[in-house]
Design a protein around this ligand. Structure first.
Ligand code: SUD
Ligand code: ADP
Length: 275
């Protein structure tokens, strides 16, 4: 089975409280972003004594055994001891540690594909339960549709927001920012206007009402993030923001026929397309 794990964008992100488990409570909207990896999951060929993961594309830090696709397999194997060995191939294209959730998407798509290939008959709730154990934002990728996310970013409420077809530019300047470190720089606080209410207004108002708490805390150490955002606004973005804990920054261009091609330094990774 061949799947295409897509990235995500955070539209608004508020860190509202520190939880007793050490994690933080969030208020954010997740949007699927069609910047994808490719992941193939097959039953292992006869004679293969274990589950394998072949990796191509962008190098992923760490041993293949720590890859979230392998962890997804092991999580299922613990509950389904008869699970046959799998042969997986991940072609990595989404930048790693960019606030785009690429690793989490691979994990969630691996869970779904393994459940399909080996006919485990898992419900959406069961798949989300497994995904939550692999990472806070993994569970979003099981249903993979725009939603308001609360608690650790793994409890979802529907939201009526249709941005499909909106031209979008995502710019990754290559800074790897640790998610744990980024959270450590924030003093939790509820937003003055709830995200649901702010996003219910026209996109032209979002610049003043919808923000990502990580932007202010990362700004002193990483001034390039504000520079990219300013360039996206100068190019006509109706809304621009950091995604997640960075360092990818995106701009939305709802009035344009296509996303503008801007000149960025050659070592930046850039995605242009429609949501
Ligand atoms: C910040 C967000 C926003 O969407 O996105 P990214 O920037 O990573 O894409 C996510 O909450 C990231 O989710 P994810 O990357 O799955 O986090 P995990 O691997 O579970 O956790 C990494 C570390 O981040 C911190 N963490 C994560 C989520 C959360 N709600 N509170 C936290 O405090 C914890 O210190 C944890 O040890
Ligand atoms: N399949 C995978 N793709 C990307 N990163 C992975 C994968 N498996 C494990 N990781 C680890 O997850 C971390 C990055 O996660 P990722 O989802 O790309 O970033 P972010 O949380 O910023 O959105 C890295 O430390 C990387 O080593």
């Amino acid at each position: 089975m061949l799947t295409f794990p897509n990235a995500k964008l955070n539209l608004g992100l508020y860190v509202t409280a520190k939880r007793p488990d050490g994690y933080h409570a969030l208020e954010t909207v997740f949007l699927p972003l069609p910047w994808t990896d490719a992941l193939e999951v097959l039953p292992a060929p006869k004679g293969q004594a274990g589950t394998s993961l072949a990796l191509t594309g962008r190098p992923i830090p760490g041993e293949a055994t720590t890859n979230l696709c392998v962890k997804a397999y092991e999580l299922l194997k613990a509950d389904f001891p008869a699970l046959p060995f799998a042969q997986m191939h991940l072609h990595k294209l989404v930048p790693i540690g960019a606030g785009l959730g690429g690793g989490s998407a691979d994990a969630a798509f691996a869970l779904r594909a393994l459940a399909d290939v080996f006919e485990l008959n898992l419900s959406v709730a069961q798949l989300e339960g497994y995904a939550r154990r692999l990472g806070a934002d993994c569970a979003f990728f099981i249903q993979n549709k725009p939603c308001l996310a609360l608690e650790r970013g793994d409890v979802f409420e529907p939201i009526s927001l249709d941005l499909r077809g909106t031209p979008c530019v995502v710019v990754y300047p290559g800074l790897h920012i640790s998610t744990a470190q980024a959270f450590a720089g924030i003093v939790p606080q509820a937003p003055s206007i709830s995200l649901r209410e702010a996003l219910g207004q026209p996109m032209s108002t979002w610049r003043d009402t919808v923000s990502n708490d990580f932007e202010a805390s990362l700004a002193p150490a990483y001034p390039v993030l504000a520079d990219i955002k300013a360039q996206l606004y100068a190019a006509g973005a109706a809304y621009a923001s950091l995604s997640g804990s960075g360092s990818a920054v995106y701009g939305l261009f709802p009035g344009a026929s296509e996303a503008p091609a801007l000149a960025w330094p050659s070592d930046y990774l850039v995605w242009r397309g429609q949501l």
